[in-house]
Design a protein around this ligand. Structure first.
Ligand SMILES: NC(=O)c1ccc[n+]([C@@H]2O[C@H](COP(=O)([O-])OP(=O)(O)OC[C@H]3O[C@@H](n4cnc5c(N)ncnc54)[C@H](O)[C@@H]3O)[C@@H](O)[C@H]2O)c1
Length: 387
């Protein structure tokens, strides 16, 4: 039985607690921690937990409570410090996305993981959604051939007041806009499906709808990989309808989530033949349909995977290095957008955007943050549109 504590009992903590409670024979929640103690208390009551509540991490780690695993569900700017403190106390850690606000924090976390011989993992729950999981498996089957061009539509919509929450809309607390906080999901998928980072990135950042926020509300980036393939990533909180997806133009076929397949075949004059390559479409569709559904999706699926790794002494599917790669590509997008230059990867420790201070110094501030809400009365949130 694993003892679990959750730090930051806001919106997303619910998905963690509900996931953990799905496996109540394998783990128990022993501690909840939030700087607003009433939020920890409300979480304890809502889920009828037999646990202790704490107002800060120090008290929790120093309480003598045996904790095997700490879930970090706080705003991004404190992910790294909480993770390092928890790992130094001998706990394994699962940190919500984004892993951290910069590469130097990611490296501190990875160093603490190996020094303390514990496990650090990051939330990327969409790898545990059937649509994304089956797309990845189908790409890996090789039936569609090499990925030549990827379109990533990280399209979200958030009202103006979204950025009134005290930690949002500030580079120093949110760490960035939708490129970091929303497209992090899709950029993780892109890295996972491609299996490597691009070599070069160009980007444009803007803020067109949220004049109460410093950070971008829209970015468009393009990137080129070693094999010559390219990808385009749109990161947005201004897209009505939130039609999200990933489209892979492979050598033999187009594959996409939400699931779609097209396969063109040539006529003698090079133009596409009407109806396309029906044999290949049939073969790939059969392959896709033969993949069994995941038993648990989203956070619950990822938590199942993490618990299994801890029980069996293995590694979770998503590693700290995966989280770092996602932050590296996002940092490259920010650097390209802020400097208006082509950025080459990997980013080195000497890079001006490697540290949080460097990002804060160089980031474009679109507007002054105005509005300051401590906690919204409404706590219903949506987690994206992964059909
Ligand atoms: N995986 C997903 O789909 C998903 C969705 C939403 C949010 N998130 C991520 O989850 C994290 C939290 O987002 P949220 O929407 O739940 O925010 P939130 O503001 O609703 O919750 C964060 C909680 O952390 C608490 N907190 C802040 N600093 C703290 C500290 N130092 N120690 C203890 N508690 C602290 C706050 O009081 C708050 O209750 C962010 O990193 C966000 O990007 C992930």
């Amino acid at each position: 039985m694993l003892n679990v504590a959750v730090v930051g009992i806001g919106n997303i903590a619910k998905s963690h607690l509900e996931g953990l409670l799905t496996f109540s024979e394998r783990c128990r929640v022993v501690g909840l921690c939030d700087i607003y103690l009433e939020k920890a208390r409300a979480g304890k009551e809502k889920y009828n937990l037999d646990c202790e509540i704490f107002e800060n991490l120090e008290d929790m780690l120093g309480s003598g409570l045996k904790i095997d695993l700490v879930h970090i569900c706080t705003p991004p700017y404190v992910h790294a410090q909480i993770a390092v403190d928890a790992m130094n106390a001998g706990c394994n850690v699962v940190v919500e996305k984004p892993m951290a606000t910069c590469l130097s924090e990611c490296d501190d976390m990875l160093e603490a993981e190996s020094r303390n011989n514990v496990i650090l993992t990051c939330i990327a729950q969409n790898r545990f959604m059937n649509s994304i999981y089956k797309l990845k498996k189908t790409v890996d089957s090789g039936l569609a051939g090499k990925i030549c061009c990827t379109h990533v539509n990280s399209h979200w919509w958030r009202g103006h007041c979204y950025y009134d929450l005290w930690w949002r809309g500030l580079w120093e607390k949110e760490g960035g806009g939708p490129t970091l906080n929303h497209a992090v999901h899709h950029i993780d998928m892109l890295n996972w499906i491609k299996g490597e980072l691009p070599e070069e990135v160009m980007a444009m950042l803007t803020n067109v709808m949220h004049d109460n926020s410093e950070v971008e509300d829209l970015s468009v980036s393009v990137m080129r990989y070693k094999d010559g393939s390219v990808a385009q990533v749109t990161s947005s909180v201004i897209h009505h309808g939130e039609e999200q997806g990933i489209v892979l133009q492979c050598a033999n076929a187009k594959l996409a989530a939400p699931w779609d397949i097209k396969a063109d075949i040539t006529q003698a004059n090079g133009f596409p033949k009407m109806g396309g390559d029906q044999n290949l479409i049939h073969e790939i569709t059969e392959y896709y349909d033969s993949i069994p559904d995941l038993v648990y999706e989203g956070h619950t699926g990822e938590i199942d995977n993490i618990l299994t790794a801890l029980e069996q002494g293995g590694r979770p599917m998503i590693t700290g290095n995966d989280g770092r790669k996602t932050v590296e590509l996002i940092t490259a997008i920010y650097k390209a957008g802020c400097t208006k230059e082509l950025v080459k990867l990997p980013l080195t420790k000497e890079d001006a955007f490697y540290t949080f201070e460097g990002i804060l110094k160089n980031a474009v501030k679109f507007h002054e943050k105005s509005g300051y809400v401590e906690n919204f009365a409404e706590d219903t949130i949506t987690l994206g549109n992964y059909k």
